[in-house]
Ligand binder design. Structure first.
Ligand SMILES: [Fe+2]
Length: 182
């Protein structure tokens, strides 16, 4: 008899606790679930390209050799440092849209449009490094433009703003890098 009474009491306490801590409401920011998914998928592909370019730029900062060492070592550092900070903004935008941000080499390798060339650093000339960075920056730009289209259709101004900023930066990097080869 006493046992039954105490169980009932405990249950009532638990129910009270549940009522005091409501679960998270559904996301309702004025963009449909379908559009949020399309935008987040696009941003994930952008992130994979941006991360692959970041890693390539850092790789070349470490491995560049030759008469241009000093200026390229410094230039690559400036670029990868800026790119690293931007990766965080993109990941957090994907989270704000309600989806998980890619964050593993396997996901990035599957999603990126930028080719990796293992072994390149063993013998690469600085010109080949710069050429690859031009191509990779331009690939990032093309993906950003695709995401801009999807974001505009979904009326997602924050993503449009973020992609516009990244476009400005990567188009500038592509120009600066290309200038070294002209
Ligand atoms: Fe360094």
């Amino acid at each position: 008899m006493a046992k039954t009474k105490s169980t009932t009491k405990a249950k009532t306490g638990k129910q009270k606790l549940a009522a005091a801590a409501p679960s998270a409401p559904n996301i309702d920011i004025g963009i449909t679930q379908g559009d949020r998914k399309k935008i987040a998928d696009g941003l994930s592909r952008f992130q994979a390209d941006a991360f692959t370019l970041y890693l390539k730029t850092h790789n070349f900062h470490w491995n560049v050799t030759g008469s241009m060492f000093n200026s390229l070592h410094t230039m690559f550092e400036t670029q990868y440092t800026e790119q690293w900070a931007a990766l965080d903004d993109v990941a957090e935008r994907i989270r704000a849209l309600g989806f998980n941000a890619p964050g593993s080499y396997r996901e990035f390798a599957a999603l990126t449009s930028i080719a990796e060339e293992p072994g390149l650093t063993d013998s690469a000339d600085w010109r080949e490094m710069v050429r690859q960075l031009v191509v990779a920056n331009e690939a990032v730009c093309r993906t950003a433009r695709e995401v801009l289209d999807v974001a505009a259709k979904g009326d997602d101004a924050p993503t449009e703003d973020l992609m516009t900023q990244r476009l400005q930066t990567h188009e500038k990097y592509a120009w600066m890098l290309r200038s070294l080869l002209q």
